[in-house]
Design a protein around this ligand. Structure first.
Ligand code: IPD
Length: 270
């Protein structure tokens, strides 16, 4: 596991091709944008190219492993999560940020075996911050250990939440109401547009909590492990155990903080 994580981290840091594609060719130029599930669910050719490169490289090393990738799913590939070793990939988490040149974007890769996360690596090629974790071995940012803030009080917390890409009026109303209830009680609410980086921010202690309805497994597979290895509590927003296939997550610096957030949330079904 540790060797695979090292390999992956090195690939992200040193793979000139990935950096050239995402940062130089992609980030600051006008892009050809397409939409997926709805008008605010964007994809660019860069998402597809990065996913292709990652899957090709990982397949060379692990030919028997399975893959779940955001853009392969959008292309119609059936990708159920089984007990087999499975790499779960978001080639560009924060595609809308990428399209607009807002620098919160991340490549997110998680390895799940028997439905348990074993490795998580999240790389922001703009800031060059690399977050990583191997199950049971702690969480790291650029090789240095990170830890959650240990915050237990919602009143002292900075909380991340997102509107996501659904424009269904009922869903938007519930999400707005959830965020309003939290901002009334907390220090602040933030929405940076990347689930993977939101989880890393709770892991490193710059945010105290993050929740979202409507995400996919590729947005959170790596970040959930990094957050837990940094001492965070992750669960379903109802308080049930987290199921990464269920499209919702709550991640807090401490379990006490989760217990204050859970009763405030009106749940949204996707
Ligand atoms: C999106 C981002 C965003 C979240 C959306 C995700 P994508 O991922 O993580 O923060 O609000 O729900 O779909 O589409 O940019 O990979």
């Amino acid at each position: 596991s540790i060797e695979a994580e090292n390999d992956l981290s090195m690939t992200f840091r040193c793979d000139v091709k990935l950096k050239l594609i995402v940062v130089r060719e992609g980030f600051s130029v006008a892009k050809r944008i397409e939409t997926k599930a709805c008008a605010a669910d964007l994809v660019t050719e860069f998402d597809q190219r990065v996913e292709e490169i990652l899957i090709t490289k990982l397949k060379e090393k692990f030919p028997s492993h399975k893959f779940i990738g955001e853009e392969s799913a959008a292309g119609g590939a059936k990708q159920p999560l089984t007990d087999d070793p499975t790499w779960i990939i978001d080639p560009i988490d924060g595609t809308t940020n990428f399209v607009h040149g807002f620098p919160f974007i991340a490549i997110s890769v998680g390895l799940v075996i028997k439905k348990q996360a074993e490795i998580g690596v999240i790389y922001n090629p703009i800031s060059e911050n690399l977050y990583s974790a191997v199950k049971g071995k702690g969480a790291f940012k650029n090789g240095r250990p990170i830890q959650s803030s240990q915050q237990t009080e919602l009143g002292l917390s900075q909380v991340s939440g997102e509107y996501g890409s659904s424009r269904d009026p009922q869903i938007l109303q519930t999400k707005s109401e959830n965020l309003r209830k939290i901002v009334e009680r907390a220090h602040s609410v933030r929405a940076i547009g990347s689930a993977a980086l939101n989880l890393c921010h709770v892991a490193e202690g710059s945010c105290d909590a993050y929740f979202e309805y409507g995400i996919h497994c590729w947005d959170i597979a790596a970040g959930d492990l990094i957050a837990r290895e940094a001492g965070c509590f992750t669960s379903d927003p109802t308080g049930d155990p987290l199921d990464i296939m269920k499209r919702q997550i709550l991640c807090t610096a401490t379990k006490q903080l989760a217990m204050q957030l859970i009763p405030l949330l009106t749940h949204v079904d996707f």
